[in-house]
Design a protein around this ligand. Structure first.
Ligand code: KIV
Ligand code: ZN
Length: 388
């Protein structure tokens, strides 16, 4: 049986670190529920020690989401780790993700710590986290620019303390695919007991190679977890795009013989929800989720697709959640059309009562506005009718 490829979504943590993408607690809960419908394996819901707001959001998500494992980031110190555990407690089973930088540059200039101090702090952090959960992820920040010998020693130490996932970040998006894949492979070969942990990759997109680097980490390096965000949201040029790695792995099964738990039909609703919540527009030519991703403009292509779709389509639009018929919503629309559009936008209301109330607000708005756009619908659901 093929190995599982774990999809670790960090839209609510690294994605939110994108300047201008901060989200309220309610918005985060809504996105977490959509990530659960998408069947991501792990949701990194935030960084509990970073603010009370983040703590509250993680805590609420830990109470709400049942089918995905919830995780919080924590620096490698007792206070951060204890705060993460407290926020996550309602989930029962949860993951703590602790990190410390291991590159010479970060240790010397940012942390002002010696390599031996960093190694000891990493070891103690994982030991401390173990009292709260068995599911501990460790990340050597700036891993791709760290000295191999030192990195191997740190990873050996944290695995010995019980870290069950080792995540190698390309923090500044500096790696290139062959090199990054080879880095993961050599670490797995040289770190003692490397098979006691799942190896993971976390790539940034500064040179536009986050997806390629992540896939190289899997194919060349043997990583079995990819960290990613919806629409590739994240610091600077963003993180690995969830929709791209998932559809690459699903479409090229001849290359990636791996099991994926993801329900791809929830990809477009997740993309729309994240875009409308953060205000970050998805570029039309973005793979999988861009408005033009399945559009054919040239005559030759249109002719080809009409004769046989696979002439110019390697995936089916409906398989990633694009709806075939676009119903225009207005004052004559019924409750079912309204409900379906909510689903397409990744918004699921908790009860029939909430749906009825939202539908009543929709009808009231439709009396004033000829056509109701997707943005109107998310706004009227998000703020309980306080539509701008
Ligand atoms: O990019 C990075 O190094 C991170 C770590 C905290 C995993 O986001
Ligand atoms: Zn990151």
């Amino acid at each position: 049986m093929a190995d599982q490829l774990i999809i670790f979504d960090t839209t609510l943590r690294d994605g939110e670190q994108s300047p201008g993408a901060s989200m309220t607690k309610e918005e985060k809960i809504r996105i977490a529920k959509q990530l659960e419908r998408l069947k991501v394996d792990v949701i990194e819901a935030g960084f509990a020690a970073s603010s009370n707001g983040d703590f509250e959001a993680i805590n609420a998500i830990a109470q709400t989401v049942k089918d995905s494992r919830i995780c919080s980031l924590a620096r490698a110190n007792d206070r951060d780790i204890a705060r993460a555990a407290e926020a996550l407690r309602p989930a029962g089973q949860f993951r703590i993700h602790t990190f410390i930088a291991t590159s010479a540059l970060h240790m010397e200039k940012k942390l002002r710590m010696s390599p031996e101090q960093v190694l000891e702090q990493a070891r103690l952090a994982v030991r401390f986290a173990r009292q709260f959960t068995d599911d501990i992820e460790f990340s050597p920040e700036d891993g791709s620019r760290s000295d191999m010998d030192f990195l191997s020693r740190v990873l050996e130490a944290v695995i010995a303390e019980g870290a069950s996932t080792i995540n190698i970040p390309d923090t500044v998006g500096y790696a290139v695919p062959e090199q990054f894949g080879a880095l993961i492979r050599s670490l797995r070969e040289r770190v003692p007991n490397s098979d006691k942990a799942v190896w993971s990759v976390h790539c940034h997109n500064d040179l536009g190679m986050a997806v390629a680097n992540s896939l190289a980490g899997v194919m060349i390096g043997g990583a079995r977890q990819i960290e990613c965000t919806v629409n590739g949201l994240g610091e600077r040029a963003g993180n690995t795009s969830l929709e791209e790695v998932v559809m690459a792995a699903k479409t090229r099964r001849d290359f990636f013989d791996l099991q994926l738990g993801i329900d791809a039909t929830q990809i477009v609703p997740a993309s729309k929800l994240v875009s409308q919540t953060t205000g970050f527009v998805v570029q039309p030519n973005k793979a999988v989720v861009g408005a033009n991703a399945f559009a054919h403009a040239s005559g030759i292509h249109q002719d080809g697709v009409l004769k046989a779709r696979d002439t110019y389509e390697i995936m089916r639009a409906e398989d990633v959640g694009w709806s075939a018929n676009k119903i225009v919503l207005g004052k004559l629309s019924g409750r079912n059309a309204f409900k379906q559009r909510l689903q397409e936008l990744g918004v699921m209301l908790d009860s029939e009562g909430e749906l009825n109330a939202a539908f009543a607000r929709f009808k009231e708005l439709a009396d004033r506005k000829a056509e109701i756009f997707d943005e109107d619908i998310t706004a009227l659901v998000a703020n309980g009718g306080e539509h701008a």
